[in-house]
Design a binder for this molecule. Structure first.
Ligand code: SF4
Length: 459
């Protein structure tokens, strides 16, 4: 159940006629990664044109607006934003003119050192339009003493430590870079005579592009007309791919970090059964994100899989509600139990994670009201005890229920008959982790000093 939010999706298209139209399809496929605002910049060799606005992809772009984005190169962005940061100014791509011409930038990730970098830039006279970490990049590129854009970008990245999948568009070139730890995904595909780059491979499927490979951590791929893409390996660090992409951020039909998201989610469910066997009448997912996990649990256990909770897909986005009562109503509007199915039954409810616990509590309450005899919550990830500083919107640590309560206290708070979380070892096993995944929100082991972080302005 979505209580954490991905910050963004990025898409790039190069060497393809009507590139903006293709970018729009990619953003459409990746709407789940950000619903607050969307934007596309397109380059036709002479200039860069940009359209961006608040709202969903289906609302923002029309045939007419896309026709105003001519050219064979484009980058696009879907943005999720936290309350108070939904200014249109914070929509991406960010566009700027500087000494070498025009540039547009789209970013998925977060720079923990962004505040310090921005403070120094302001001290040196820079003026900022947005609250985005990404705007630091514009200033650093503009200030760099290098003669070529490629060198200016590399100079800039050397000063910005953090998580990023970044696309830079000039009038004639496109640069796609992934941070040296590889936190956020970024993949490359072939489309006709050109190329497509996207946060998730589901974007390629909709556009008809053929997946080639992931862009490697610490790699920048440069696209230039008439030339094969060139690759530069600019930095090397221990790999820390975000394991939450596999748990629930990515779409299940995406192929991410070299694995099928759907297959890994089913494996999480299977291992959850191995670790937490339960006598029950049926297995029910919390829709939609936990369906593959619940299928894995049900298949391993031999228990019937049932859609005992129905999700209303037509509820408008109500965003982060400040009042608890409104949050509770939000869950009720979205999820509804199938009373005839669950009345008098012992239920295993499979969810992908618990963040604040308010949603899970409401779900248990709905099922009780519908007559469930027993409710056993099974969570296909370990307890989330720490905040994310690498591009995922988590609440303050004090709001994380697993930070302030033991598992048994959480069970009491939820009013469930039993509650079990997947172990970190099982999570590692399911993701085929060879020490190359980030687990910071579960184990609190950050690669940087969290006392010096900035999380509020992530992209
Ligand atoms: S802290 Fe958690 S959510 Fe953030 S990058 Fe690491 S695994 Fe992903």
């Amino acid at each position: 159940m979505r209580e954490l939010n991905e910050k963004c999706a990025v898409v790039g298209v190069f060497g393809v006629d009507k590139a903006a139209l293709i970018a729009h399809l990619g953003l459409y496929a990746m709407q789940h990664r950000g619903q607050e605002a969307t934007g596309i910049s397109a380059a036709n060799g002479a200039r860069i044109a940009t359209i961006k606005d608040r709202g969903l992809v289906s609302r923002v772009y029309t045939d007419e607006s896309l026709s105003k984005l001519p050219g064979c190169a484009a980058i696009g962005h879907n943005r999720y934003s936290t309350a108070g940061e939904d200014s249109i100014l914070d929509a991406q791509p960010i566009f700027a003119r500087y000494a070498l011409g025009e540039i547009a930038i789209a970013h998925n990730g977060n720079f923990p050192n962004a505040r310090a970098v921005r403070a120094k830039l302001i001290e040196d006279g820079a003026i900022f339009n947005t609250s985005l970490d990404t705007e630091n990049l514009v200033h650093l590129i503009a200030k760099s003493h290098e003669n070529k854009l490629q060198e200016r970008i590399l100079d800039t990245l050397s000063q910005c430590d953090g998580s990023y999948s970044l696309l830079f568009l000039s009038r004639t070139k496109l640069f796609a870079a992934r941070d040296p730890r590889g936190f956020r995904p970024l993949s490359l595909a072939k489309l006709g005579d050109g190329y497509m780059i996207a946060s998730e491979t589901c974007a390629f499927d909709l556009a008809g592009a053929k997946f080639i490979r992931d862009i490697e951590p610490g790699e920048m791929v440069i696209f230039e007309e008439g030339k094969e893409p060139r690759s530069v390996n600019f930095a090397k660090e221990p790999i820390r791919k975000c394991i939450f992409e596999h748990i629930y951020f990515a779409r299940p039909d995406s192929f991410l970090f070299g694995e099928s998201v759907y297959a890994i989610r089913k494996e999480l469910g299977r291992l959850l059964w191995e670790e937490c066997k339960t006598n029950a009448d049926m297995v029910i997912p919390v829709p939609d994100s936990s369906i593959p996990h619940a299928i894995g649990y049900a298949q391993a256990s031999g228990l019937p899989f049932e859609l005992g909770i129905i999700r209303n897909h037509y509820v408008g986005r109500t965003f982060i509600e400040p009042l608890q009562e409104i949050r509770d109503l939000k869950v009720k509007k979205k999820l509804s139990p199938v009373k005839e199915l669950i009345c008098g039954k012992r239920l295993v409810i499979v969810d992908d994670s618990i963040v604040r616990g308010t949603t899970s509590r409401q779900i248990v309450s709905l099922l009780r009201e519908a007559g469930a005899k027993e409710i056993h919550m099974r969570i296909a990830s370990p307890t989330i005890t720490h905040c994310c500083f690498y591009g995922i919107d988590t609440p303050q640590q004090s709001e994380l229920i697993s930070h302030k309560m033991s598992v048994d206290q959480i069970r009491e708070y939820l009013k469930a008959d039993s509650l079990r979380f997947l172990s970190i070892d099982a999570l590692r096993k399911a993701a085929r982790c060879k020490g190359d995944f980030c687990l910071s929100c579960f184990d609190g082991e950050y690669y940087h000093d969290p006392a010096n972080n900035s999380v509020s302005n992530a992209a």
